[in-house]
Design a protein. Structure first.
Length: 174
């Protein structure tokens, strides 16, 4: 199901954010599988959910998964990266993913960055073997771009996450 949604979102670029629910109130955000680490992160996720259709689709897809994704403020690689997936673990029933986001930017940029990292969480969830750091690295060696894909770096990125981040930032700017 997660794979199907990811493919559909890539193919059509999300749903038209001019629809009547594009400005859904922040209070409507479900926080069952997505766990903000504090009240400020909860506010940003609620704002993204209310203002960006693409962000809302990501959160809704995550809630149809078997994962618990925690999003917190923090430094990645001693501040060299603005965000990252820091932990992936699994048991027989649930995968746990932890995301860190650096706070040194605007709210809109933070929300778009959170969306970028949630996209990575969904990429991980779409891969049955990505249940630990080694499985996640193997996934990104296959779907990543640049030095990561070539096996020259553990800093991994995908075009899909970048495109989604840009789309969310554009939706927030309206």
């Amino acid at each position: 199901m997660v794979v199907t949604l990811l493919v559909a979102m890539l193919a059509v670029g999300g749903i038209d954010s001019s629809s009547s629910d594009a400005q859904r109130p922040a209070a409507a955000v479900p926080l069952v599988r997505l766990k903000p680490a504090d009240s400020e992160m909860r506010r940003l996720i609620g704002e993204g959910y209310g203002r960006s259709t693409s962000f809302r689709e990501l959160v809704d897809a995550l809630h149809r998964s078997n994962a618990i994704v925690t999003v917190q403020f923090g430094m990645c690689a001693n501040g060299r990266f603005r965000s990252c997936v820091t932990n992936v673990s699994s048991d027989d029933r649930t995968r746990s993913i932890r995301i860190k986001v650096n706070t040194r930017t605007t709210d809109n940029r933070l929300i778009a960055t959170i969306a970028h990292e949630i996209w990575h969480a969904l990429e991980i969830l779409a891969e049955p073997g990505a249940t630990d750091p080694e499985g996640v690295l193997a996934l990104y060696r296959r779907i990543g771009i640049g030095a990561c894909r070539e096996g020259l770096s553990d800093r991994c990125e995908t075009e899909a996450a970048r495109a989604l981040e840009s789309r969310v930032e554009a939706e927030l700017a309206r």
